[in-house]
Design a protein around this ligand. Structure first.
Ligand code: 8X3
Length: 281
């Protein structure tokens, strides 16, 4: 190879490596920036993560079920970075595969996957549980996470580069009364994070498990099926986490130096000691 070709090829890979590994080096060119795909990006932790990633100049693939919300966020972030939106429900494997498979060539090389989509549907003792709620919880939190991972991971393995962030919960570490199915779904996420790390580390892919406690989002409104009074009570008498707090931690994990894997982060409000122990005023 001619020296000048060798020099330019080396410079290209050096610059990209710096851009990928060191956040301090803010890349301005498309080929230098990382691509992050975020599920459940239209609200809560997903939306805040998109906002935090835009500040890092990551190019963003925002996925969700509500097109107007995705469009609004795309418009909001357009000045900071490139945004592409994908409309799908993580519970529908065919749509997940088709949507991610339809990405244009310059969006296909996903560097960061944030498996954030998921919810709790209903809360109560197991003997009174609704099968529909169980299906919605398990299908979204466990199978949905798997479907998206299946669509994204082979490319990461091929490129020998990638970072997967799975949103678990304190509920995945501590089971509480009336939450058996949600806790089980998040315990599955904990196991999947560990299993993915075991399988993917050898391919140059990092896996981070993030387990938040009480974060004030639409989470409780969905859990309690729109009962605003019951949802508000969850966050009464103490300062809960905000979605921005979790987005900060995710950003910390994905911008750590190349030789560092942030494997597991449990994040609680300072008034929360355990899943069901919150000191309220
Ligand atoms: C949400 C936190 O404590 O309601 O994952 O399970 S909690």
């Amino acid at each position: 190879m001619h020296f000048s070709t060798f020099f330019h090829v080396s410079l290209f890979f050096f610059c990209r490596k710096q851009a990928v590994e060191y956040p301090i080096f803010k890349p301005k060119f498309t080929w230098m920036t990382r691509i992050a795909l975020i599920t459940g990006a239209s609200s809560g932790i997903g939306k805040s993560t998109a906002e935090a990633f835009a500040k890092q100049n990551f190019r963003l693939i925002l996925c969700g079920r509500r097109q107007e919300r995705l469009d609004e966020l795309k418009q909001q972030l357009a000045e900071q970075t490139d945004v592409y939106t994908l409309l799908f429900d993580v519970r529908d494997e065919k749509t997940v595969a088709e949507a991610i498979g339809s990405l244009p060539a310059d969006w296909k090389s996903i560097d960061i996957l944030v498996n954030n989509a998921g919810n709790a549907h209903g809360m109560g003792p197991i003997q009174e549980g609704s099968v529909m709620d169980w299906d919605a919880t398990m299908d979204g939190n466990v199978k949905g996470l798997l479907y998206v991972t299946k669509a994204v991971t082979p490319g990461m393995v091929e490129r020998r580069r990638g970072h997967i962030v799975n949103l678990s919960s304190i509920a995945g570490k501590q089971t509480y009364a009336n939450g058996a199915v949600y806790c089980a779904s998040k315990a599955a996420v904990e196991a999947l994070s560990e299993g993915m790390r075991l399988d993917l580390t050898q391919h140059g892919i990092k896996v981070t498990n993030v387990a938040p406690g009480a974060v004030e989002t639409e989470f409780s409104m969905i859990r309690f099926k729109g009962d605003a009074e019951r949802a508000a009570k969850v966050y009464e008498g103490f300062t809960p986490l905000t979605p921005e707090d979790i987005a900060d931690a995710i950003t910390y994990a994905v911008t750590a130096p190349a030789h560092v894997t942030i494997a597991d982060l449990t994040i609680l409000a300072s008034a929360q000691a355990a899943a069901t122990t919150i000191y309220r005023k």
